[in-house]
Ligand binder design. Sequence first.
Ligand SMILES: [Zn+2]
Length: 501
Amino acid sequence: MNRPIIRALAASFTLLFACDASAAAAPLLIENVTLLSPEQAQPLGNRYVLVRDGRIAAVSDKAIPLPAGAQRMDGTGKYLTPGLTDAHVHVSDAVGLPFGSSDPDLAALEKEFFAQQPRSYLYFGVTQVLDTANRPDRVTVFEAQKQHPDIYRCGIAPVVDGYPLVFVDKAIRHTFFNDYIFEPANAREHPLPAGANAAEHTPEAVVDRIAKSGALCVKVTLEDGFGDATDWPVMSAETLRRVRVATKKHGLFLAVHANALDMQRIAVDGNVDLILHGVWNWNQLNDSQGMPKVIADHLRSVHDRKIGYQATLRVIPGVTDMLDPRLLDDPVFAKVVPPRLLAWYRTEPAQWFKRQIFGPNIDAAAVVAGQRAANEHWATSEKGMRALRHLYELGQPMLLGSDTPSAPTYGNQPGYDTYKEMQLMVQAGIPLSAIFAAGTINNAWQLGLQKDYGTIEQGKIANMLLLDANPLASLDAWTRIDKVILRGEAIDRESLAADAR
Ligand SMILES: [Zn+2]
């Protein structure tokens, strides 16, 4: 069978599941709950919320009569919030497993990972995700699981030989991946690949294909190399301008991978909609303390141009966490990682990425003792925290995006990493109310999905959380989830755990 047919079949199965769920779900009445909806200045006590056909049908301060056949849920002493949106994930990647291995045991582990992945997001209250670069077949697998967050995607459009194609074998990178843009400014060193049709790799043609694929956004990458490296090809300002015009024409938003000051400046000059990483590489200013004027000026221009900014504070710690010998003993790992995969993470072959990053003879204890030093080497997410706090003080709306997994590190686990991203935001000095807004109403607006998500109001999709504690009083309320309500279906949190099966 050819691939489009397989995809169409898979899509119709997905549709069947979706229909089953909404057809089967009886109306749900949540009674006497404290409502936390981010457009409200205060929590609203003693509220009644009726859900019908997967959407919020009514919100009232008076008791709503129980409709025939409805399920009743007592909200006394509990908090009802919108489900969280993590607006930067990669569901195509089986966390920690090597890419493209032919080992059947690893293939089995990969399958178990993909079956659990959507449940792990739900386990941490994430009911919507934006995948910023993916393989559509893996998105289909995600959606084929019985319980999964609503998923949206960006199509990625790197330049010839640019990041992330730089990590794919040169012989196959442009056949394996077709939505690349030919950059005339790089033509001498990075010409159009042999056999490619130039007309299919203009900014307009690539954006057109991505729009037709059903994506919400286009992602381009401004990355000339990690750390101090500068030899990867990037897009010219003129090409970025053409991408900008084409995305506007198709009603897509334009997201940019950039984490270095010089690269983010190109993004700002190009009037992009969303920068997908915090500015943690300060180029020649990497040794600076405090807030250097050029960084402050850059952040001011991000804010003035109303460009969305995801801090993605977990990217660097997600890698250095692998050096912590107790990491896998964290009991939460058993909740989000299938048992056999967790056991494999402890084996020698599972340390392949750690060896690749830190060298074959790592003295983990020494590196952990010098974790600060290691962070310095990585240009540190501590700088990212300072930048985020500065933006917050400018009045920038906070966004939530964990970049899970940012690399093949088992330190970035679905759902858990979203929560850890919020923990780092707290550490950066962001108030709990701003973090709440980030994961709900702000992400919904940034993605253009505010009609469906972000608040608890009539007409919105009924993706909500019933919590045992108030997330405006302590962050760990996001781990005290009683029920995940997914399109009106109430799910016990523990039934979603990886060790529940
Ligand atoms: Zn990413």
